[in-house]
Design a protein around this ligand. Structure first.
Ligand code: ZN
Length: 132
């Protein structure tokens, strides 16, 4: 079994990566809202927080009734129960990534979860060292 999955999403309006990449701890979607359009519904989540990264364009999110302006380079985290809806502005499309993860599920990250793998390319199994 292959140890990685790869997909290309260029040209798609919306792609959900959970199945395509066989993700086990997150759902990630890549989204493009056309000029002047919005997601046609308000939604909230039961237990997942969402992290949005704005790749291109400008727009806004309505979060629990508050308007939050969005532009390229912005990151925004939204708590599970918050009611949210996203809109592109009248003159640009809004392209963004949404990462959905279970709130409070992250135990270790970066160096605390990493191991250095040392191999001498001799055919012997590589040795794994904890970094912390
Ligand atoms: Zn959502």
């Amino acid at each position: 079994m292959k140890s990685y999955n790869k997909v290309n999403v260029i040209g798609t309006m919306r792609t959900e990566l959970h199945d395509k990449l066989e993700l086990t701890g997150a759902e990630i979607s890549v989204n493009k809202l056309p000029v002047g359009e919005g997601v046609p519904f308000v939604h909230a989540h039961k237990q997942n927080e969402e992290i949005y990264f704005i790749l291109e364009g400008t727009g806004r999110a309505e979060i629990d009734g508050e308007n939050v302006g969005l532009q390229e380079g912005d990151w925004i985290r939204i708590s599970p129960a918050a009611k949210r809806q996203f809109f592109a502005s009248a003159d640009t499309a809004l392209v963004y990534v949404c990462i959905q993860v279970k709130a409070n599920s992250l135990e270790n990250y970066t160096a605390a979860d990493a191991e250095a793998v040392i191999t001498d390319f001799s055919g012997r199994p590589p040795e794994v060292y904890k970094l912390n």
